[in-house]
Design a protein around this ligand. Sequence first.
Ligand code: ADP
Ligand code: MG
Length: 557
Amino acid sequence: MSQRMQQGQPMIVMSEDSQRVKDKDAQEYNISAARAVAESVKSTLGPKGMDKMLVDSMGSVTITNDGVTILQEMDIDNPTAEMIIEVAETQEDEAGDGTTTAVAIAGELLKNAEDLVEQDIHPTAIIKGFHMAAEQARDEVDDIATRVDTEDEDLLRSVAETSMTGKGAELNKEHLSQLIVEAVRQVTVENEDGENVVDLEFLNIETQAGRSVDESDLLVGGIVNKDPTHDDMPREATDADVLLLNDPIEVEEADVDTEVSVTDPSQLQKFLDAEEKQLREKVDRIVDLGVDVVFCQKGIDDLAQHYLAKEGIVAVRRTKKSDLEFLSEVLDAAIVSDLESATEDDLGFGDVTRDEADELFYVEGEDAHGVTLLLRGSTDHVVDELERGVNDALDVVAQTVSDGRVLAGGGAIEVELASRLRDYADSVSGREQLAVEAFADSLELVPRVLAENAGLDSIDTLVDLRAAHDDGDVTAGLNAWTGDVENTFDAGVVEPAHAKEQAVTSASEAANLVLKIDDIISAGDLSTDKEDDEAGGPGGAPGGGMGGMGGGMGGMM
Ligand code: ADP
Ligand code: MG
């Protein structure tokens, strides 16, 4: 059975092991699988959300609060659950932040849809209603959003800080938000139409464990976290010609399997001489080009290192491909893949300096195009989670700079949208109306969970929020620090509009995708019984059944 599935052949005749679930049962099965996924990330939402510790099968540990990271690290083996994980991935790609929100809303949409299905409302009507509601919600977001001055640094810092709250990055958010806003500013250019274009390609993040987060810094140019290959090499070179090489400075072996049989010592000497000559020629080629510094992605032979050191050239081997690519932007240099054909035009020009304490090379181009955000933290786990938080914040600041539309956070936008969708529902006829209302209810999950995670009564909070919005306070949200319902925009809890539009879109599309399924045909055991330990058993049944998934996650939380 599993053999056939592995080969991915279409199943024409169902085997005895295969299972089929139809109609309401199929919807119920899918909805519960999808909801289980959404449930698993809810506790991380917002500033008071908790972190998760994920241990993979190799024992490596990730500690994170980041929705998409959690879902990707969880070893989920269920096709429906995977659709929900795709929501997080789309959100991450399109907006860079808001992954937990998108997944939580998708789960809540499905939960409310399940109630409607139970009331015998056909999924087609629900799907249509959800689709209408999502479209309306996007229009409303645009209407509600505040247009801001994209030069307003205080506002941009609020956007960065809102994104970092609840993350590892939060403790140092003042310092980091300053670096983030400055970094985005450095890589923003205005196009012909006067619009801001942020090119994050020119922004590199480098991490180093061992110092405090406060010592994180923004540097002009690039960083290479490597040592020079030879002790006798110079440590730095100013006004340097720099070669970026993706070609080994090693002896070219005609064929790895070639055996050299030597019959007398002179033959061996000849062979070695030939190798030496080849290396010498390569180094001479580099010297002739006038190179002061070589960053090589491949290896550099010991003897070649020695020659290079003698010539006073700084050489670094096994430079990361991504570093080399970034340096090519910083220095305006080509990456040379064949030393033989390299020309002076391929070289870059700039200053290469060395920080001995940190064992880093700083590379600054003539008129540097790139900047590097050097993130520091006490340990690798700290730095990794810091990087995830900072990455999200960079994305939302970049979006705000290019889009200029922001919203009040802390559930303010969700409650306002819900209220407007309920008004809109009145104009919708038929059963779709109920679906639009269910959509509105689903959005209110966000403030409810924010309140819950902050240890507040979610119903009280929601009642207060609704009352404020009924009074016309569009920006009334929950400030999780004070526990009060207030103008979160003024309190500095600010989010980009684009991320929210995307969250609404991807959540509703995923929910609709799940709802459309009315027939599940599985080649393996499709256990719907959570207690059934056999489900994810040795056969590795595709889908793993709910038991497989539930068990897998249970082990992690
Ligand atoms: P996501 O993965 O969806 O970005 P987060 O854990 O980053 O999830 O939480 C984002 C939510 O937290 C947003 O709704 C945002 O408005 C809210 N939030 C951020 N800071 C605060 C705050 N100080 N008070 C209340 N809510 C906040
Ligand atoms: Mg976030």
